[in-house]
Design a protein around this ligand. Structure first.
Ligand SMILES: Cc1cc2nc3c(=O)[nH]c(=O)nc-3n(C[C@H](O)[C@H](O)[C@H](O)COP(=O)(O)O)c2cc1C
Length: 216
């Protein structure tokens, strides 16, 4: 499908067909496409937890304000921000050197570059959290776009208790839930799409306050 059509067609589906499952092959393709999302220094500051077992679904539904779609959908992906992504700095720097990003004497720069990348987050928890939010959100949108193209339905959710989600899916301290995404096949219930703000209320030219208005 054309990307423009995917974006126009994607909806937050409230009602899933409980009898249709997403296969392992589909999950694999979906996660491969999701992890192509960009992230700062390619650190991939996120982890994905696929909740599809009946007991785990029950626990997650309770943590998600009882939202029925968590049990109805084939699976729900808990998109988590990773505050320890900086621990991959050495691995990232080595690959950057191998791929020639640091120039011909790149191997000599690995140590220094890895330290620099590590320091950017290790001593700055606020930045680590912001970056994790960005990376996880980009991965989440990629997942929804890829799912739509694959004929699957999704619903992003922030209606959950972070502490309860942490407990439900056993998150260690360095991970935090950013978004839940129910994935499966659409049920019968359709909701009209709500309008988006007109571009003049969202887009500004050269600084906040001068509205985008190509006609004038
Ligand atoms: C971060 C985020 C959190 C959301 N949380 C919920 C939620 O907890 N439950 C729900 O039914 N829909 C949730 N939604 C879906 C929105 O209501 C929906 O995206 C919005 O109304 C626009 O509709 P559309 O996605 O079908 O165009 C959420 C969407 C986003 C992006």
């Amino acid at each position: 499908m054309e990307t423009k059509d995917v974006l126009r067609q994607r909806r937050s589906v409230k009602d899933f067909d409980p009898d249709r499952r997403v296969t392992d092959e589909q999950w694999t393709e979906l996660f491969e496409l999701t992890t192509l999302a960009p992230s700062a220094w390619n650190f991939q500051h996120y982890q994905l937890i696929l909740v599809q077992g009946p007991e785990a679904k029950k626990r997650l539904r309770q943590a998600a304000m009882g939202q029925e779609k968590v049990e109805q959908a084939s699976g729900t992906v808990v998109v988590c921000g990773d505050l320890h992504a900086y621990k991959r700095a050495r691995r990232v720097a080595e690959e950057f050197a191998d791929k020639g990003f640091y120039g011909p004497d790149g191997q000599e720069k690995v140590e220094k570059q890895a330290d620099m990348m590590r320091d950017a987050y290790a001593n700055n928890p606020e930045k680590a959290r912001d970056e994790a939010m960005r990376a996880a959100s980009l991965a989440a949108m990629s997942l929804m776009v890829a799912a739509e193209d694959m004929g699957l339905a999704t619903c992003p959710m922030s209606g959950f208790s972070p502490d309860q989600v942490r407990e439900a899916v056993h998150l260690p301290d360095h991970l935090f839930p950013v978004m839940l995404i129910a994935v499966g096949y659409k049920g019968n219930f359709n909701l009209s799409r709500c309008a988006r703000l007109p571009l003049e209320e969202v887009v500004h030219i050269d600084g906040y306050g001068k509205a985008f208005s190509p006609q004038s």
